[in-house]
Design a protein around this ligand. Sequence first.
Ligand code: F6P
Length: 341
Amino acid sequence: MRVGVLTGGGDCPGLNAVIRAVVLKGIATHGWEIFGFRNGWRGPLTGEGSWLTRDDVEGILTRGGTILGSSRTNPYKEDGGVDAIKRVLAEKGIDALVAIGGEDTLGVAKRLTDDGVKVVGVPKTIDNDLGATDYTFGFDTAVHIATEAIDRLHTTAESHHRALVVEVMGRHAGWIALHSGMAGGASVVLVPERPFSVDQVIEWVERRFEREYAPIIVVAEGAVPEGGAEVLQAGEKDAFGHVRLGGVGTWLADEIATRTGKESRAVVLGHTQRGGTPTAYDRVLATRFGLHAVDAVAEGDAGVMVALRGTDIVRVKLAEATAELKTVPPERYAEAEVFFG
Ligand code: F6P
């Protein structure tokens, strides 16, 4: 049997661990030939990629990024895209695909399955906002990186009696902010799910200063002030037309400085949260996802995604996997709120 593998969307620590597991189990247990498509869905569209051997995946378990490259190409936005993919797969004799990605990549995987291509999905995103799985790999690593940054910022903030605003990733969901803020003992955590009152943030910050501690405010990039979303819209698109969501951290630091008279600084962690070595937890989760994706392909299953439920890896329909975004529920935010101010 011949199987293709690809990684799509934003990169994420643990992608290489999935690729390694698919290649090693595919070859050792089933004697498959595995084709590594380059750059997300662009690979199956153009045929770009190579057959992977055990040597190709040697030493990649601990490496961040993806040896296959990634892109946000969507074959449904290309003229004749689906036919091109079917042609490439037929030419190479590839029977099934393992697609590792987030909402967009898995959405394409679902549509391709409906159009007759066999695809098994593997969920990834540092944002942990895919509804059908308890956790995605990459999230634990991102939380560790953000927490370490917060730990370091406490000491410099205290030395200078400053407020420090840390902007973390999280476009639609505040999981990274919530977990790193709780782990790092933040004075305030702001998430996209709950528009924040600037007055309330100032009150928390001042209360913290009164107790002679320097406040650390963790804000997700997608968080917005109550009724003030337009404040953050200026210059929102970059030169390539990409929507730029960051900016809330810098804006908030300025607001705190103006309204409290205390020095404030903003630190935008950005893509540092997506780079580098995955944590042991993410390596294990990614490896297990890869192994179970191979099982799904071997059993002739398609249109499914592997997912974590409790400690078990299960299969869910791709339709279910992409249906709902998992956001921070009010009760989880309330747990963090106990420590504000
Ligand atoms: O979806 C993961 C994510 O890291 C988001 O948190 C963030 O908004 C986005 O990717 C950034 O994407 P890009 O790499 O295209 O700037």
